[in-house]
Write a protein that binds this ligand. Structure first.
Ligand SMILES: [Zn+2]
Length: 239
């Protein structure tokens, strides 16, 4: 399959993208963009849910968000490392998807996999652009890389996106992960992520960021490099 996407969103685990930027993903899809999700691991270390359940849940969530493609690198859950070997496994995906915008987890994060995914994707994207680096696919380095936070530390972001319209779809995509989040119908060991308190925090985080921007719900995105724009925001489309 040779699928190029406009935007590639990377998660350490299936559901990271939905937690961090599920609203933004659906917003971009609604705007007509071709969006892909790349999960680095199958989440096999999770307390609840089997690999098969989580794979099916991830595909259901992808359909709800409307993404074009969702694939899994199959790195070990709980043991993501930024090694040349792991970079070598990720680079063929970057060279095949050739995203115009790449979005990955930020660091620091209390889950070491999220921090490791941040460094792995940043470095793999750099090396992917080297002509002499032998791997599947033609060399490609995504020029625009942004980051999201899975656990939502209240660090000042560089960008906020109004997801008021998309918020119900974000919740439905999260509910597709039947084994993972608050779901009285699912019999599994209790975890914080599966608690009602965590489910409430999804709404309160989106409402907090929304309150910072004068909208009901928003999601933040982080940039490390300065973001170059044609005109100051607010003047797009204004002659
Ligand atoms: Zn995660």
């Amino acid at each position: 399959m040779n699928t190029e996407v406009d935007v590639l969103c990377v998660g350490a685990h299936p559901d990271d993208v939905e937690v961090g930027i599920g609203g933004l993903v659906h917003k971009l899809v609604r705007a007509g963009h071709n969006v892909g999700i790349l999960d680095l691991t199958r989440g096999e270390m999770g307390t609840r849910g089997s690999i098969e359940e989580r794979a099916a849940e991830a595909q259901d969530a992808a359909r709800i968000l409307g993404v074009t493609v969702r694939e899994n690198v199959g790195l070990p859950d709980g043991a993501i490392t930024n090694t040349h070997e792991a970079q070598g496994l990720v680079i063929p995906y970057l060279r095949r998807f050739r995203p115009k915008v790449l979005i990955a987890p930020h660091e620091p994060d209390r889950h070491p996999d999220h921090s490791a995914a941040h460094r792995l994707i940043a470095d793999a994207n750099y090396f992917s652009g080297l002509a002499k680096l032998e791997s599947e696919g033609a060399p490609y380095r995504c020029p625009r890389v942004y980051f999201y936070r899975v656990y939502g530390e209240s660090v000042q972001p560089q960008m906020l996106f109004d997801i008021t319209q998309e918020f119900p779809v974000k919740l439905r995509a999260l509910q597709a992960f039947r084994s993972q989040f608050f779901n009285p119908q699912y019999e599994g060991a209790p975890t914080y992520v599966a608690s009602e308190a965590f489910w409430e925090s999804i709404r309160s985080r989106a409402a907090y960021w929304g309150s910072r921007a004068g909208v009901e719900f928003a999601e933040p995105l982080y940039a490390i490099e300065p973001v170059i724009l044609a005109v100051p925001p607010g003047l797009e489309g204004v002659v």
